[in-house]
Design a protein around this ligand. Sequence first.
Ligand SMILES: [Zn+2]
Length: 201
Amino acid sequence: MSKYNLLQEKVLVLNKYYQAIQITTVQKAICHLVKGTAKVITTDWTTHSFEEWIKISKFYENGNGKMIKSPSVAILVPDAIYLPYYESLPKTEVVFSRQNLLLRDKFRCQYCGKLLKNPKDRTIDHVIPKSRGGKTVWTNVVLCCKKCNLKKGNRTPEEAGLKLLKPPKEPKWHSLILEEFPKHKKETWKVFLNFAGILED
Ligand SMILES: [Zn+2]
């Protein structure tokens, strides 16, 4: 992986209460570290200043960890940073958008469960059809494959003999970010996200 890509990798940001509040890039995380406004946090909940992190990184220099290297210094790419002075709380509302709907429904048709890798196969279904007063809200909209959508037509799932995998709900931001996060970092992130009891299972 090139240096450029490493700098754009995602880093989880925790506020002073150890709550995950947002995602940033490695590049921005390093700026915070250099300024002293952030520390690297590891899954054992230890925080490390920039100087300490450089020392830790030296142990990993020839290992498998991803390193950002400059002529003078090598830094292990952090998975998460901690902002000891930052008090903002996590976002609670998830914006209603097509992208977030895809993430909530994990790219699967909510009737037959098919994984819809191809954007062309994806349709948005109103559980209670629009023509019958169904609203465009989290609790009435699901991802649906073309086949199921055609079968359902202008009917309710019961009328069409279809069954939803689960009732659609407004997603939690924290479960959405896990969907977006690269697999190799998921386990690290889960430690921080589970801490506040905000992960649904
Ligand atoms: Zn389907």
